[in-house]
Structures are given as C-alpha cells and as structure tokens.
Design a binder for this molecule. Sequence first.
Ligand code: MG
Length: 381
Amino acid sequence: MKLAKTMVAAMAMGTAASAVFAGLYGDTPDAKHAWSVHDMNRPRPPVITVEPGKAPSDAVVLFDGTSMDAWRSGQDDACKWKIVEGGALEVVPKTGEIHTKDAFGDCQLHLEFATPPAEGSSQGRGNSGVFLMGMHEIQVLDCFDNDTYPDGQCSSVYAENPPLVNACRKPGEWQTYDIVFHQPIWDGETVKHPGTVTVIHNGVLTQDNWEFEGLSTHCQRKPLKPYAAKLPLRLQDHGNRMRFRNIWIREIPSRYANTTHGGPAVNEADVAALRAKTAAKLFEAANLADASKPAALGRMLEILGYDKADTYMKPTLELADAYLKELAGLDKPKLQDRKGDIIGLRNACNVLTRNKVVADDFKLKAELQRIISENGLEKKK
Ligand code: MG
C-alpha cells in the first residue's frame, strides 16, 4: 500500500515528463534481468479469455469428448482407446499407452479422470499415469481405501515423491489434475536446473514445486539425462479401464531460464543481447532532435539503464551539458516553473547511480541537486 502511494506520488510529481521518466522509476536491468523494475517498455502479457469449466482461449485442447484426433497409439496408428458415453476417453486394456501427436515442453496441463469400480489391490487397482514429456510420471491410481507404496500412490511423482496428502475420490467419481511442469535445463551433460512439477489434485496441492531427481522408472533411481526440448505427452495403459475427459495443455515459458523474465539458470549472454536490442530500439525511436531537451535527456538516461555503451553515453553527456547551460540562464521563478523536469531528471540520475550505471559523482546529478537545493525546488508550499 505504502509503495503504491509512493509510486503514484512520484508519477504525479513529474506529470509534465512522467511518460519520459517512467522507465527509470525502478532499479535498472542487470545481468539476469532484461528489464528495470516497473519497466513500461517490458512486453505486456497476452490477453486471453477464460470461462468457468472451459479450456482457456490459448490452450491446446487434447480431448473435448468428441475426438481422439490429438492422440495415437504407437508411431503411426490411430488411437486405440475409445470414446464412451458422456464423452469420456476410456483405456482399452492391452492396447498400450497413447501419446499426443504434437510435442510439448514446459506446460500447464489440465485433465480429469475417473477410476473404474474397485478391483484388485495396490498398484493393480485403477492404475494409469500421466507421463510429462514421456519422461516423468505423475501417477494415476485408485487410492481411495487402497494402500500401496507411498511413492507410487495417486498424485505421486512415481518412484520419487509421495503426494503431500491423499485427496482421492471414490471409484467412478470425476477427479481433476492441474499440473505445472518445467523440464530440466542442461549445459551440455551438466544439469543447470533439475526442473520441477507442481500438482493440484481435486483442488488440493499434492506436489509443491518438486525438483526432479531422475526419470520415472520402476524400482530403480534412474538419473536425469538430457532429452529433446519438446516431446509428446503420454497416458499409460496399465490394464485398467480408466476414463479421462477435458484434457487441455498450455505451453509456458521456462520458469528457470527465461531471457525475457529472468530466472536462476538464465543465459546471461541472451539477457545482455536483449538489453542491447532494447536500447537500440529506444534510441532509434527517441527523436532527439525533435524532442525538448529534458524529454530527450530523460530518454537517453533511460537507454543507459539498458546499455551504457559510448553510442548512448556520448549523446547523453552532450545533451546534459546543453540542458545545464539552458538552466544556467534561468532566474529563480523560471526555475520554479521547470521544477517538474529538473526533479524528474535528478530522480532518474539517482536510479542510475544507485544501480552503478554511472558513478556517484555523475555531473548532471550533482548539478541538478545543487539547483534544486539553492532554489528550494523541493520545499513544500
Ligand atoms: Mg501408473
């Protein structure tokens, strides 16, 4: 709340030049961040539409009750499972797993499943599985009053991690999985980040950003190994007549290595390249000759936040000298009239010194501070 008020006050104070200085309101880009804090140049998230109970507008619908076209059994075969009453996709035992025709990487996945009438026990009752990229199994199992090994029960990361709770419903009742998956990130054969999975089962968190220890297998700990960036999603045939419905997937950017939005395993060379590209784009659009001096100077200070190469530093210093020269010719009342841009530019300089983009003794900042102090420009009336 306090921060929000401060921001509003700061933007109101620099009304005349706020559009120019807004980019330097927060800390500047750095090695892992391509954008400054509160950066108005940052790309806006896409607008999507979401209706209750329906796939979001940007989702790929994998099964909506009418067609199995998104799936196949084996490499070239049509999907051998069947659509049953009520628009559910049912496992036909012994026909084998099915996988999507399309390949996916990091994703949000929604699906619903119902287990058949209770028969058998432990892993033999209502068993299927969601294999993310075909590599990491989120177990699907009837665990309503059915004991099994915890790292293989419903909503486990199979053979790695039990769910936080057993949120299973009775056989025949529809259940939901909402899964957020990020694949491991590699530097050659060395893992930079193991990847994670978060699972919400029937609205309840069961896997809390679990970091993968390996690839799913039975009985063994199989280490992580690099695999393709995109692979099909697989659903398991474990011999039980499981039903699925409402399956949709949304590809999402990496949470751990994303040039636009950072992350602990981000490639710093890519971030530097994006910063340089943004600086060049802003410089090209700056219209320095047409803009007023403070507006042009504000734009240049903003550009330095992305890239302080000579290409940008040199015209900035020239503009700063010209601006200070102009201020030197103004009397006290005229300086009062100009306090919006004077204080706004001093604030922009403060951001640059705070972030070590320029040295603490940056001349423009020192001179503007002197003018502000000598003329009482920050005194409240
Ligand atoms: Mg399974």
